[in-house]
Design a protein around this ligand. Structure first.
Ligand SMILES: *Cc1c(COP(=O)(O)O)cnc(C)c1O
Length: 381
């Protein structure tokens, strides 16, 4: 049996604590996936997703019945044909996942990398574009806390005629995202990251250019479940394709509405304010930003290099015993950094106050929590 904790402080880079409206929406009684009320709800979700992605009012949006990785896979499955050249920006583990998926769908993958903790250099992308049909990039690389320069990469992709796929998992809904202005053709996220809805649906955005490419395929996509036309059958023509997870639609709808009601710029500012206060609080203990270039720091995943001698695994285990979850590094950054989640409902002062109180004790740092409160008051909101 899972122990019942009324309070668990979840500060990982996903999943994030549920928004109370999403939590409440999960208690709604079941409805059929073909019920007119569900179709009406879906239309509201589609409109709100266009706003979240900064897309034109006629851009197709939908939820896929899976997590963010399904959003990633569906893009390659529908838009890549065997033999296509795809440029994948891979400066972290999610970029590497993109490269692997593109390859499995038959692409010739050209990877553009960067040193650990550094962003992709658009010039490197430019040098690999010749003959490419798609450029794929992770906007905010969760594994290192790096924000990649999507607007510059988008401009290059546009000029070359390649489609642009953007992983918006750690950005859309929390950070500026302008699909139309930048020229993004396919974007996806996961419900459990910036939106603080339960995992299990992946909001996607598909441009007209992407649909044109999809319709020009020589053969149909091998991924029947997420076939773009199949999605249109359900989301536009209201005909049955597969049973959607209706309860997750309820919860996503509520969380997305709450995000737009709060305002995307308010959310962006909330993350920056809190991140500044956390850094100011922990800096005297020797925690420093892992990403050197301030412009390349992903605001929603704060990657902090640990002070020398800090017992990473031990401290995180002790935190877990107090029902506080934070995340360490991944692969080459294991033992080197912590990654503090500032997405959705994780980006609130209260859970971080809980963390500071616990660290005050575990790190022998009296006054940490008071310093956090002072920093919150000092950094202009
Ligand atoms: C979490 C994450 C994913 C994958 O999402 P899942 O929901 O775990 O499938 C993809 N890209 C980025 C940048 C992520 O942070």
């Amino acid at each position: 049996m899972l122990p019942e904790h009324s309070e668990h402080t979840l500060l990982t880079p996903g999943p994030t604590p549920l928004h109370p409206h999403a939590q409440h929406a999960l208690t709604r009684p079941m409805l059929g996936h073909m019920d007119p009320d569900v179709f009406a709800l879906n239309r509201e979700i589609q409109a709100d997703l266009r706003t979240m992605y900064g897309a034109t009012p006629d851009t197709f949006t939908a939820l896929l019945a899976g997590t963010g990785s399904l959003g990633m896979e569906a893009g390659f499955a529908n838009l890549v044909e065997p033999g296509d050249t795809v440029v994948v920006c891979a400066n972290g583990s999610f970029g590497a996942r993109m490269a692997e998926m593109a390859e499995r769908y038959g692409a010739h993958v050209r990877t553009v990398t960067a040193p650990l903790g550094e962003p992709i250099d658009p010039e490197q992308v430019a040098a690999h574009l010749d003959g490419a049909r798609m450029v794929a990039v992770v906007h905010g690389e969760t594994s290192t806390g790096v924000l990649n320069p999507v607007p510059a990469i988008a401009r290059l992709a546009r000029e070359s005629g390649a489609l642009l796929t953007v992983d918006a998992v750690t950005t859309a809904g929390m950070e500026p995202f302008h699909a139309e202005a930048w020229g993004v053709d396919y974007a996806y996220t996961g419900a459990q990251k910036c939106l603080s809805a339960p995992p299990g649906v992946a909001p996607v955005m598909i441009s007209d250019r992407a649909f044109d490419r999809f319709h020009a395929r020589r053969e149909r996509t091998p991924l029947w479940y997420c076939d773009f036309d199949g999605l249109r059958d359900y989301w536009e023509r209201q005909s049955y394709h597969h049973t959607v997870p209706v309860n997750l639609h309820f919860a996503l709808h509520a969380a997305l509405r709450a995000a737009l009601d709060e305002g995307l710029t308010t959310r962006r500012d909330r993350v920056r304010h809190l991140s500044g206060a956390i850094q100011a609080t922990l800096a005297p203990l020797g925690f420093t930003p892992f990403v050197r270039d301030p412009a390349a720091r992903l605001p929603t995943v704060l990657a902090l290099r640990l002070p020398d001698g800090l017992d990473d695994a031990g401290v995180r285990r002790a935190l877990r015993e107090r029902h506080i979850s934070i995340t360490g590094g991944l692969g080459p950054t294991a033992g080197l950094i912590w990654r503090l989640g500032l997405m959705g409902e994780a980006a609130r002062p209260a859970p971080y106050r809980t963390l500071m109180t616990a660290l005050e004790d575990l790190l022998g740092a009296p006054g940490l929590r008071a310093r956090f409160d002072d920093a919150l008051a000092a950094v202009p909101a």
